[in-house]
Each structure stands twice: as structure tokens, then as C-alpha cells.
Design a protein around this ligand. Sequence first.
Ligand code: FAD
Ligand code: NAD
Length: 158
Amino acid sequence: MDSREFRNAMGKFATGVTVISTDVKGTYHGMTANGFMSISLDPALVAVSIGEKAQTLQLIKESGRFGVSILTKDQLHISKQFAGQVPSDVAFHFDVANGFPLIKEALVQIVCEVEQEIVAGDHTVFIGRVEKMVARNGEPLLFSCGKYAELDPQYAVL
Ligand code: FAD
Ligand code: NAD
């Protein structure tokens, strides 16, 4: 299957945008991802899908934990930074209030312990058991058809 055709089709499934964060011996790292989903309620499980070339893959394997920050519409610059879409040579200031590096003022901050690791083609799906979660009011950043977007105000929920 043609990869561009597949991406164009998958891009029609509109998503939010997250930053997956890691802490390996006190070194913090982040990566933008929309391959995120809620998996189970009891126990609370989520999944993230990480490409085989992403540094984040090895970092999650090393630490056995990862953070998920669901971005707000005002955090577009953060999504671009952690996707390598803008130059960034300055260390990012993570929020470590919950004992793990997360994005400050994200809509939702989650800390997970890796429960299962599934190699699927050129990605690895990590299923994480939610250890901590903080949710705030606000509007999400969206990604659709390869472009960032915001909710139409008539559908926005605070
Ligand atoms: P790097 O490329 O090393 O890091 C990513 C960027 O973050 C770099 O520019 C780096 O400088 C910066 N950075 C990291 N840590 C810090 C820090 N502590 N301080 C300052 N800057 C820092 N890929 C997937 O595998 N799965 C997905 O679901 C996925 N979804 C995506 C969704 C969107 C909307 C976009 C735009 C991209 C998505 N990607 C996804 C692609 C992924 O974000 C990039 O390939 C990313 O560069 C891979 O990150 P990496 O782990 O190799 O880290
Ligand atoms: P795009 O047109 O590549 O993305 C549209 C959709 O295609 C995404 O929402 C995702 O569902 C799918 N997709 C894209 N790349 C994929 C990959 N390598 N593996 C599995 N699914 C993928 O959008 P764009 O603005 O050109 O993306 C910017 C960069 O971010 C590209 O390098 C893209 O590959 C990467 N990206 C990767 C993933 C991922 O690995 N899951 C998801 C989104 C974007």
C-alpha cells in the first residue's frame, strides 16, 4: 500500500495531540504523538504507539514508565517543539509537580507504568496502567488531515 495514500486516509480520523514524556535517571525527554487511546476502565489503561525510529521507544523501555500530556489549543508551539518541527536548543521546563515530567497546564496529565509492550509492524504499542491523573478545564488542540485545528466554538466544552 502506498504510504502517502494510507497517511491521507488515516489523517481523516481527527484526534487530539499529546506529548509522551520520559524520565531516564533524571533526564527528561518528550515526543509529540496522536497515537494515543483509552483502553480499559477497570483497571485504568491507556495505549500509545511509538515508531521504531523514535528515541522515545528506547527511553520508555529503559524507564518502564511514561507520561501523557493532552495538549490545549494554546499549546500548539509545544506540539511543534516535541515533533521536531521547530528548532529547539534550549532545555524545556517540564512540570514535575507529580514526581514525573509532564507538560505544564496540559488539559490532562497522566503518569503510567508499562503493563504490556506489543511490537506491531514499525511501531511498538505500550499499554500503560494509569498511576496518576490530573484533568483541567479547557479546549483541546486537534490534528486532522495532517493539520492542526481547534474545535468550532459551538462544540467547545469547558
Ligand atoms: P526527538 O526527535 O529526539 O525529540 C523530539 C523533539 O523534541 C526534538 O526536536 C527535541 O529537540 C525535542 N525535545 C525532546 N526532549 C526535549 C527536552 N527535554 N527539552 C527540549 N526539547 C526536547 N510519532 C510516533 O511514533 N507516534 C505517534 O503517535 C506520533 N504522532 C504524531 C502526531 C503529530 C501531530 C506529529 C506532528 C508527529 C507525530 N509523531 C508520532 C512523530 C514524532 O513526534 C516525531 O517523529 C518525533 O520527532 C520523534 O521523537 P523522538 O522520540 O525521536 O525524539
Ligand atoms: P501525516 O499526513 O503524515 O499524518 C496523517 C495521519 O497519518 C496521522 O494522523 C497518522 O494517523 C498517520 N501516520 C502518519 N505517519 C505515520 C506513521 N509513521 N506511522 C503510522 N501512522 C502514521 O501528517 P504530517 O503533518 O505529515 O505528520 C508530520 C510527521 O509526523 C510525519 O513525519 C509523520 O510520519 C509523523 N507522524 C507520525 C505518526 C505515527 O507515527 N503514528 C502519527 C502522526 C504523524
